[in-house]
Design a binder for this molecule. Structure first.
Ligand SMILES: *Cc1c(COP(=O)(O)O)cnc(C)c1O
Length: 437
């Protein structure tokens, strides 16, 4: 049985069972039930400081990409540490406000910002819009004009570099929907700089996610610097360079560069190119919260299929979609491993009626009905991508701090699944003119 743990230093074996900080995971499962997301506060603090430390000597803003884990308590924790936020919807903006965090440190990314979302962000006086298309630029100008407000903008440039990650999380290639074309950037900057409704403050890119090498970041940085050269020649000087997010984490035995190494590599480029004085911005999601979380589940049945053995758990693709969506390998361990070695290869699968509903393939495990298991490094793109498919209730979430644990999201109950639905009668349908008769 593979009991090695990824780089979740706050998750460790003690007395034959797995702990988060100073709390045994089995106690949390007994108290809150499964499936259950458990996060270590210390792991998030450590991850944030791993960026903050190397950035300290420079002008910088370390943003958290809220979509990685949008729980209010996690947002609040990072906000208190000094983080800004990268958002992609009005919903995420409202979360930041609900968590009591500073919207002047918010950066708004995303290809499809609606009029309404742009208005909401202007009202919140956010730090900057990351513009992703010429049409969006026009829309931001129009909304700012209507509101009589100035919008701070940056352009998300598509640097056409290959992040060498899964195709679904590669975002900086010419064929991707993200960002504005590199060759179009200068023209758009000129247009923006002539608009009285705008203040042009920065440049940004985001080339992908789970990137395990500094080279794509360095390539993108060089390309952005070349654009800065061209902009300077056109009399446009920017305040910040935003490198996006994308730094990977360890799920199994990947060697991932630390933020210190990444920052050093980018500093070398910036200094060499004469942009050492620019504010450096990061929009990290996964690398701030990914290693901080575990997803607890209970074995429901062991089933010997004709060709495979299945370990059927109470946690499905609706609770954690990464394995099936990205073919992601995530470590799964029994929370209290048995002493005797009677392992079998099995597929760890969930209750959802889809063949794609799996969490791990060909895992050597010695578990039986009722056993508790943990899927590790589940802090990013886990709960935030969870859905109600198969009318399954969303899991609960717990934040551990030392020997204390607090529920930060209660388990959804069945009534909540359909509380927004409206049960119409035949007559109501008719009176709305929706049925023909
Ligand atoms: C998703 C996203 C991020 C965060 O990516 P990670 O890989 O989680 O660090 C940052 N910026 C933008 C624009 C994104 O869409």
């Amino acid at each position: 049985m593979n009991l090695s743990l990824p780089n979740d230093r706050e998750f460790a074996w003690k007395d034959g069972t797995l702990w988060c900080e100073n709390v045994p995971l089995k106690d949390l499962a007994a108290r809150f039930g499964t499936p259950l997301y458990v996060y270590s506060k210390q792991a998030i603090v450590n991850a944030f400081q791993s960026y903050q430390k190397p950035l300290e000597p420079y002008k910088h803003l370390m943003c958290f990409a809220v979509k990685a884990n949008s729980n209010l308590s996690i947002i609040r924790l990072l906000g208190k540490l000094g983080a800004g936020f990268d958002i992609v919807s009005e919903g995420e903006l409202r979360r930041i406000q609900a968590a009591g965090c500073d919207t002047s440190k918010v950066i708004f990314s995303g290809v499809a910002k609606t009029y309404h979302e742009i208005e909401a962000a202007l009202d919140a006086d956010i730090k900057c819009f990351n513009i992703e298309s010429p049409a969006e630029l026009d829309r931001v100008i129009a909304v700012a004009q209507k509101k009589g407000k100035k919008a701070r903008v940056s352009f998300r440039v598509n640097p056409d570099v290959d992040a060498k990650t899964h195709p679904y999380i590669s975002t900086g290639l010419k064929k991707n929907k993200f960002g504005i074309a590199y060759d179009q950037a200068v023209e758009l900057y000129l247009k923006a700089s002539r608009s009285p409704e705008l203040e042009v403050v920065g440049i940004d890119c985001h080339i992908g996610s789970q990137i395990t090498d500094t080279a794509p970041f360095v390539d993108a940085c060089e390309k952005l610097c070349t654009l800065l050269d061209k902009l300077r020649l056109n009399g446009i000087d920017l305040q910040h360079i935003d490198f996006g997010g994308g730094l990977g984490i360890q799920y199994s035995n990947e060697a991932v560069p630390s933020p210190t190494v990444l920052v050093a590599a980018l500093r070398r480029v910036l200094v060499k190119r004469g942009y050492g004085d620019k504010e450096m911005i990061f929009e990290a999601g996964r690398s701030l919260v990914g290693n901080s979380g575990a997803l607890l589940m209970t074995v429901q049945y062991m089933k010997q299929g004709e060709l495979k053995n299945f370990c059927i758990v109470d946690c499905g693709m609706n609770d954690m979609i990464r394995p099936t969506l990205y073919q992601a390998w995530m470590q799964i361990v029994p929370v209290t491993p048995k002493k005797e070695e009677k392992e079998t290869y099995c597929y760890v699968v969930g209750p959802v009626c889809e063949t794609g509903d799996w969490l791990g393939k060909d895992r050597l495990l010695n578990v039986q009905e009722g056993d508790l298991m943990a899927l590790l490094s589940a802090g990013a793109y886990g709960m935030s991508m969870a859905s109600n498919y198969n009318s399954r209730c969303l899991p609960a979430e717990v934040l551990v701090d030392g020997n204390r644990a607090a529920l930060i999201r209660k388990r959804q109950c069945a009534e909540e699944l359909f509380s927004d639905e409206i049960l119409v009668t035949d007559t109501q349908l008719g009176s709305d003119g929706l049925t023909d008769q």
